[in-house]
Ligand binder design. Structure first.
Ligand SMILES: [Zn+2]
Length: 122
């Protein structure tokens, strides 16, 4: 057990769970998907963002592109381009789960390779 304030060794932490199950746990600095786990950070999370992250566990990929530019003392400029603002995998804030997602699951037309997502939404 880590001491209070000590970072959690996430790969080691995730090994404590069954290997053949999806995992929902805490311990990350920011909410993200790692292998078959949603690792929650300390910030509030909306149901849509949680659904987006669950979509990653089901094999769906992000449908947006995000770029960063370091502006030095002014922080970072973030540019995000969504392919479909109605799609929860393209816009976790306003998008929705769509019929096509169910069809893709039923037809298994998506990549099942575990993904690491670094979605950061506060
Ligand atoms: Zn994502």
């Amino acid at each position: 057990m880590p001491a209070v304030g000590e970072p959690i060794d996430l790969p080691r932490h995730l090994q404590r769970f069954p290997a053949d199950a999806a995992i929902l746990t805490t311990g990350a600095l920011t909410t993200h998907v790692q292998s078959y786990a949603i690792v929650l950070g300390p910030h509030p999370i909306t149901p849509r963002i949680l659904a987006h992250e669950f979509g990653h566990l089901l094999g769906f990929r992000d449908a947006y592109v995000r770029g960063y530019e370091d502006l030095g003392k002014d922080g970072f400029q973030i540019l995000e381009v969504s392919t479909d603002p109605t799609d929860i995998m393209a816009d976790p804030v306003a998008g929705s789960v769509q019929v096509k997602h169910f069809e893709m699951l039923l037809n298994k037309r998506f990549d099942k390779t575990p993904r690491v997502s670094t979605d950061i939404r506060a």
